[in-house]
Design a protein around this ligand. Structure first.
Ligand SMILES: [Zn+2]
Length: 265
């Protein structure tokens, strides 16, 4: 059991930082000799990866990392969007059930565009909980997918549901013995996500249109305003930082054995 886990992990690290060719990583943060290579080709892999992207509300995974998820699914990897809630509280004009129905449909449409599987965790928008039961529930849901990589919201965020989402996934990672790679993503930076300094960037230039279609599937969420007010400038800015036209930035939360290593030492 131990042996298998160890070798599986070694295989994974050898493959990539993210399992995507063209991913830009910060070499100084590379954890092992295998990871130090800056040649994007060396990150390519035939191994089919399982990715779980956790978000508080329908739209969070799509806006925060829809480009990266499009690249994973285009490359043949399995992508699941795990939504903590169904966006029940987005408007007082409808009941929770009505809102949830509208936003579930939008999430399903977005997932179809990105070739992702939607899963709903059953918490309630605006009233999400972080406690032992909820942690166990989320850990079970995440591990049921047997993920290689989990993406979740950065918990330093003005929205309490985003805080809960980030911490539930972090807890699943800790409880599972750091069994999968963990990355944090950002949404509405400056207004919601705070203090976010990416460690890794993904070039989303080639899938920008696909991401746009997934974001705009969330018709009830003023996608035009959200995209032009937050995500277009953010994709441009992260692109500038990464030296490409458009990028998404992530914080790679490193496992214990990856932490205290720097190039050449
Ligand atoms: Zn949200």
């Amino acid at each position: 059991m131990m042996e298998n886990q160890t070798s599986a992990r070694r295989d994974f690290i050898k493959l990539s930082a993210l399992g995507l060719g063209g991913v830009i990583t910060a070499p100084a943060l590379a954890a092992t000799k295998e990871l130090i290579s800056t040649n994007a080709e060396s990150y390519n892999t035939d191994k089919k990866l399982t990715i779980v992207c956790v978000g508080a509300h329908p739209g969070d995974p799509e806006f925060g990392c829809g480009g990266t998820m499009a690249r994973y699914s285009d490359a043949g990897h399995a992508v699941t969007f795990l939504y903590l809630t169904r966006g029940e509280a987005y408007t007082s004009a409808q009941t929770y059930a009505e809102s949830a129905a509208i936003r579930t449909k939008e999430a399903e449409a977005a997932c179809k565009i990105l070739n992702a599987k939607p899963v709903f965790a059953g918490q309630v928008d605006g009233n999400t909980e972080l406690n032992k039961t909820r942690s166990e529930e989320m850990t079970k849901l995440i591990l049921a997918e047997n993920p290689d990589i989990v993406f979740t919201q950065w918990p330093v965020d003005a929205h309490p549901d985003h805080q809960v989402t980030g911490l539930l996934a972090l807890t699943a990672w800790v409880k599972s013995g750091q069994q999968f790679h963990l990355y944090f993503y950002e949404v509405n930076t400056g207004t919601e996500t705070m203090a976010f300094t990416p460690t890794d960037y993904v070039d989303i230039t080639a899938v920008r249109e696909k991401k746009l279609a997934a974001m705009f599937a969330h018709k009830s969420q003023d996608p035009n305003g959200t995209y032009n007010g937050f995500f277009k400038p953010l994709e441009d800015f992260r692109g500038l930082q990464a030296g490409v036209k458009a990028a998404e930035g992530f914080i790679h939360f490193k496992a214990k054995k990856e932490q205290a290593v720097i190039l050449g030492l």
